[in-house]
Design a protein. Structure first.
Length: 401
């Protein structure tokens, strides 16, 4: 029993010593309030050259979209193209049954010939009456009648000519031509179908693909720069596939042709259009593309990944790592963004260490540990030596004995 009491007392002392060591380990060297150093990724800020440019998503739209409809009722007797063909302005597309229209034209032409013959007879009667009135063989009343008949016959010619013109116009409506050059869409009426001007569907729709336009929005921060740049030479615009970077080759190159005269009150942006020649049909109506447009000369800037930038209440900021391994907030000025990188116009110097991840867990003054480093190791600090490992229970027991 006497031997057991000293053994229990020694075990209690060892347990207390173990608890004290655990608290120290939890606090960690250089820890603050029990927070161990956060594991973060970091990089050195680099000096780079930034070309200010507007990058936005746009929608491809044809310069002209024409729904081809009939202006006369009739049966389709001929379709002179295939779906998806490229057609020229003035090219014949459809023919309708024109037998009735041709008969109406022939009737109008016959009426014109009759009117001309009647006019010739009326003019001759008037001239004879005018020659005889001086000799007393024709009264003035008869002369006036002959004059009126000649004028009426002349007016009848004009009416008959208008009838012929109308008949020819109605006949021309039965040959339907392409109003613009472009690419045809799906046929809504086939050979033999009877069509009317009141039909809900057009015969076919033609989209002009060359040149073609892309509509996009200019954000509020870039409106003044775009307006200033438009005062000089035409602004070049490049179109790339959605998700492509500015380093990839563009689908097409064009120019800015339109900036709307109204600011959208909902988002403060302004609608703009760029025009592309599109000779190889690289841009297709309805496609979403990325638009890149230069807004100024290249300037020196500090380059960082966008993941390092945070948006604060007053200004954007980054987390910097000091020589003591502690983080601090640094307000910065953003010059622009491109391809997942952010370019800073001020607030950060090249060579400073910047945290690039685990940003939500940081507080000003926290010590951090960079991936591949040790707790409390600041930028450029030498790695810490390995700590002594605690003895095993067997060794402790041997020492007690």
């Amino acid at each position: 029993m006497r031997r057991l009491f000293p053994l229990i007392a020694g075990t209690t002392v060892l347990a207390l010593a173990g608890c004290s060591g655990g608290e120290e380990a939890a606090t960690g060297p250089g820890g603050k309030g029990g927070r161990p150093p956060a594991m973060v990724s970091a990089m050195k800020a680099e000096q780079s050259e930034f070309s200010p440019r507007l990058v936005a998503l746009g929608t491809v739209a044809p310069l002209q979209t024409v729904a081809v409809r009939t202006r006369a009722e009739g049966e389709i007797t001929s379709v002179a193209f295939n779906e998806g063909d490229n057609v020229r302005a003035g090219q014949l597309l459809f023919r309708l049954d024109d037998r009735l229209a041709r008969a109406a034209l022939a009737q109008a032409q016959a009426q014109l010939l009759t009117a001309r013959a009647n006019s010739l007879q009326a003019n001759n009667d008037f001239e004879r009456a005018e020659a005889l009135v001086g000799k007393g063989f024709v009264t003035g009343t008869v002369l006036d009648q002959r004059r009126a008949q000649a004028a009426a016959a002349s007016a009848a010619i004009s009416g008959a000519e208008a009838g012929v013109s109308n008949a020819r116009t109605q006949l021309s409506f039965l040959n339907i031509h392409a109003p613009v050059s472009g690419r045809t869409g799906e046929l809504n009426f086939r050979l033999g179908a009877n069509v009317r001007p009141a039909d809900a569907l057009p015969l076919v729709t033609i989209n002009q693909l060359s040149p073609i336009s892309v509509r996009f929005l200019v954000p509020p921060a870039d409106i003044q720069q775009v307006r200033s740049a438009m005062r000089g030479k035409p602004l070049p615009v490049e179109a790339r596939g959605d998700g492509a970077t500015t380093a990839s080759p563009p689908l097409a190159r064009g120019r800015l042709v339109f900036l709307d005269n109204n600011v959208d009150p909902g988002n403060g942006s302004v609608a703009a259009k760029a025009e592309f020649l599109n000779p190889d049909d690289a841009l297709w109506p309805g496609a979403v593309v990325s638009i890149a447009m230069p807004l100024g000369s290249p300037v020196a800037a500090v380059e960082l990944p966008e993941s390092a930038l945070q948006i604060g209440r007053d200004a954007p900021f980054v987390w910097t790592i000091g020589a003591d391994g502690k983080v601090a907030i640094r307000d910065v000025q953003v010059a622009g963004r491109a391809d997942g990188r952010v370019y800073l116009a001020g607030g950060l110097n090249p060579g400073e260490q910047v945290v690039t991840d685990a940003l939500a867990r940081l507080k000003a003054g926290d010590k951090v540990r960079m991936r591949g480093g040790k707790p409390g190791a600041g930028p450029g600090a030498p790695p810490r030596t390995a700590e002594a490992r605690p003895q095993s229970p067997a060794a402790s027991g041997a020492a007690s004995d």
